[in-house]
Design a protein. Structure first.
Length: 335
């Protein structure tokens, strides 16, 4: 089975990119602030990790506005540089939001049917096998199911609305009452999942039999089939066209979680228990993050940029040192 990796990257420090962004943006808010675009200088470790921990990957599709990391050797035969104009409609460019870029990934030329999608803040930290991403017999993407009510506090952020809007569409196409019980035992309830998740899923099936109250989502890598994106474009072209037209994050968007939830609700997935760490990069979390990287306890770590003021230079140096200890050698993707 051919399995590709796809990663979106942006260099928010690029003056040309900054000038282009200023031409189009209105008032900058939490959804489009600097913390969503700045580069922590860690991308070389993303490539080192892929080469060391997942050498079986067929192709890496590196999606970029146009700029490239200075270390990157673009002659590597496993690397495919994908600029936004290579697969996005011309009329929606320039684009400064991940949502449109994500919802059109299936248009990338040469993309394998089976691919794993990464944001540029998600790093592998130990060896991984292909079967941890896809069932090699059925070709189904690995996923961890858990029905979990959407619980929000305070003013809703746009990501909360993406989640809620995607869930509404899922309940439109997959009314829970029509899902046979046999799908629950083996797929929705599975020994791979935590016991509490299995109990919660079954309880919500009994209490709310007509619709999904929520599906657990996490900020980590996701395994997809290209055909899933083609299907949701056939079913919801207006919603996806509207998202594609938004250059910046917009409350009307949906994002890749819709495709993930579609795979879950349709039963087109293979159970797995995810093992990852998610943390915001801050002074009070940096030691825990560095210890997790050093111990290699998790398959991957996701390092969210904090929206609060932080000592960027110091934290970036600590992260560089932590990754440098487990990935000290250059890889073939570096000059």
């Amino acid at each position: 089975m051919d399995i590709d990796f796809v990663v979106l990257w942006v260099d928010g420090n690029d003056p040309a990119w900054q000038a282009e962004k200023r031409k189009w943006e209105g008032k900058t808010d939490d959804n489009n602030g600097v913390h969503r675009f700045r580069d922590w200088g860690l991308m070389q470790y993303w490539f080192r990790a892929v080469e060391k921990y997942a050498p079986w990957v067929r192709k890496i599709h590196f999606v970029t506005w146009g700029h490239l990391p200075p270390f990157l050797d673009i002659s590597n035969p496993k690397l495919h540089i994908v600029r936004h104009e290579d697969y996005m409609p011309r009329e929606v460019l320039p684009c400064f939001s991940a949502n449109p870029l994500e919802m059109n990934l299936h248009r990338i030329e040469g993309l394998a049917e089976h691919f794993v999608y990464f944001n540029d803040d998600i790093f592998l930290t130990r060896p991984m096998k292909p079967e941890q991403f896809f069932d090699l017999k059925t070709g189904l993407p690995r996923a961890q199911f858990c029905e979990m009510p959407c619980c929000f506090q305070g003013e809703l952020k746009t990501w909360s609305l993406f989640w809620a809007r995607g869930l509404g569409l899922i309940n439109k196409w997959f009314p829970k009452r029509g899902i046979p019980w046999k799908r629950y035992f083996g797929l929705y309830v599975n020994r791979a999942y935590p016991l509490a998740d299995n109990i919660r899923t079954l309880t919500l099936r009994l209490i709310y039999p007509g619709y999904f109250t929520g599906l657990r989502l996490s900020h980590t890598y996701y395994c997809y089939r290209k055909s899933t994106f083609e299907t949701i474009w056939e079913r919801e072209p207006e919603v996806l066209t509207r998202t594609t037209a938004n250059r910046f994050r917009n409350w009307e968007d949906i994002n890749q979680y819709f495709a993930y939830m579609w795979q879950l609700a349709s039963g087109e997935f293979a159970p797995v228990r995810m093992n990852f760490m998610l943390s915001s990069i801050q002074e009070d979390t940096i030691d825990t993050i560095c210890q997790a990287i050093a111990s290699q306890r998790y398959d991957s770590v996701c390092l969210n940029d904090s929206s609060s003021e932080v000592d960027f230079e110091t934290l970036a140096r600590q992260l560089d040192e932590a990754f440098g200890k487990i990935l000290p050698e250059k890889c073939s993707f570096e000059k």
